[in-house]
Design a protein around this ligand. Structure first.
Ligand code: FAD
Length: 323
């Protein structure tokens, strides 16, 4: 039965985040031939219309209120709700990003609809829309289907491949005016302070070079950064490295840090504690560099290098430079 699907776009600094294209791909599965609407928030939404249309949206709703250029829970909640009231969707999809994680439960509770968060797959199983999500810190997966009513799902970035760009596709575009009275927005963003993660965004990175306590100092991250630069990768870290003040907590990957699923994860001087694995063990290919052959990280690694990271990492950098 065809469904009405709404994708809530995730835009950061005027750029569309990849997870929105991944939501559109999941949307084509969920819609079963129905309509896919994508809503874009913020004053430069017009610039993104073409891209959204080429990746499967039938309709683009532009909510161009400048209050939405920066995230605040109150403003986005009202804007999302206004779009949902207009579209009346059966399925709502958005990224499992900082915005999606913050506002989605509030929407689901207010609308009294089902919600499933952090999904890694969306499929039609025996005619039912099924959402897969990890449980027990990534050790198992559960599949959820809803008996009735609308459903809101947040999708983990980097899991559902975006559709191939199709320039033959087009979408209708509509502007939606949403009133956001100043007194309805109870928080004021005075300043945005960016932490450490210059360059490639960790949660959307295709390649991550990650360092643990084995890097021994903040200086020790330099060879990792050099390798990351050559590979176009992001740099991540274990909590051990963050706790030791070798790097900022913004880089932490794991149960209490970011959950990542890159194509390639290179773990350098990380022992592989269960809490770290919870954040990276679903990476497509894992390479571990550790001088201890018994380190637990090797149990999840596709390729293991037993050796000193300060010798191995520069060697890898030199080899990748030749490619
Ligand atoms: P270590 O365990 O000290 O390992 C360092 C590794 O480096 C060793 O295996 C060693 O052999 C290797 N090494 C040393 N020198 C070299 C060298 N020159 N070359 C190559 N290898 C070398 N951890 C996280 O990462 N993320 C989380 O989100 C997280 N959440 C947690 C939540 C809770 C509630 C708790 C209790 C813990 C959490 N932890 C988390 C901490 C976790 O249990 C580990 O303590 C932490 O992951 C260890 O970090 P590490 O692997 O860098 O350090």
């Amino acid at each position: 039965m065809s469904k009405n699907v709404l994708v809530l776009a995730d835009v950061r600094d005027g750029e569309l985040r990849n997870v929105t294209l991944e939501c559109l791909a999941a949307g084509t599965t969920a819609a079963e031939g129905g309509t896919i609407t994508v809503a874009v928030f913020g004053s430069n939404g017009k610039d993104l219309v073409e891209k959204l249309a080429h990746f499967g949206a039938d309709q683009v709703l532009l909510v161009t209120n400048s209050e939405l250029d920066q995230y605040s829970t109150d403003a986005f909640f009202q804007a999302f709700k206004a779009v949902i009231d207009k579209v009346n969707p059966d399925v709502i999809l958005t990224g499992h990003t900082a915005v999606g994680r913050d506002v989605s439960p509030r929407i689901a509770a207010r609308l009294d609809i089902g919600m499933v968060s952090d999904c890694t797959a969306v499929a039609l199983t025996e005619g039912r829309l099924t959402f897969t999500r990890p449980i027990y810190a990534g050790k198992a997966f559960v599949k959820k289907a809803f008996k009735e009513g609308a459903v809101l799902a947040t999708l983990r970035p980097n899991n559902i491949p975006a559709l191939e760009k199709d320039t033959g596709l087009s979408a209708t575009v509509e502007e939606l005016t949403v009133e956001l009275p100043a007194d309805s927005i109870r928080t004021l963003v005075k300043e945005l302070v960016r932490k450490a993660s210059e360059g490639v965004d960790l949660s959307e990175a295709r390649i991550i070079v990650s360092g643990g306590r084995g890097v021994k100092s903040s200086e020790g991250f330099k060879p990792l950064q050099e390798l990351a630069d050559v590979l176009g990768a992001a740099v991540g870290a274990s909590r051990g490295a963050c706790d030791a003040d070798y790097c900022d907590y913004a880089l932490q990957i794991g149960q209490t840090g970011k959950v990542v699923t890159p194509d390639l994860y290179i773990a350098c001087g990380i022992s592989g504690a269960i809490q770290h694995l919870a954040g990276m063990s679903n990476s497509k290919v894992i390479v571990a560099i550790n001088k201890d052959p018994e380190a637990s990280i090797f149990s999840v690694a596709d390729y293991g290098i037993v050796g000193d990271l300060f010798e191995v990492v520069p060697m890898l950098t030199e080899e990748f430079k030749k490619l």
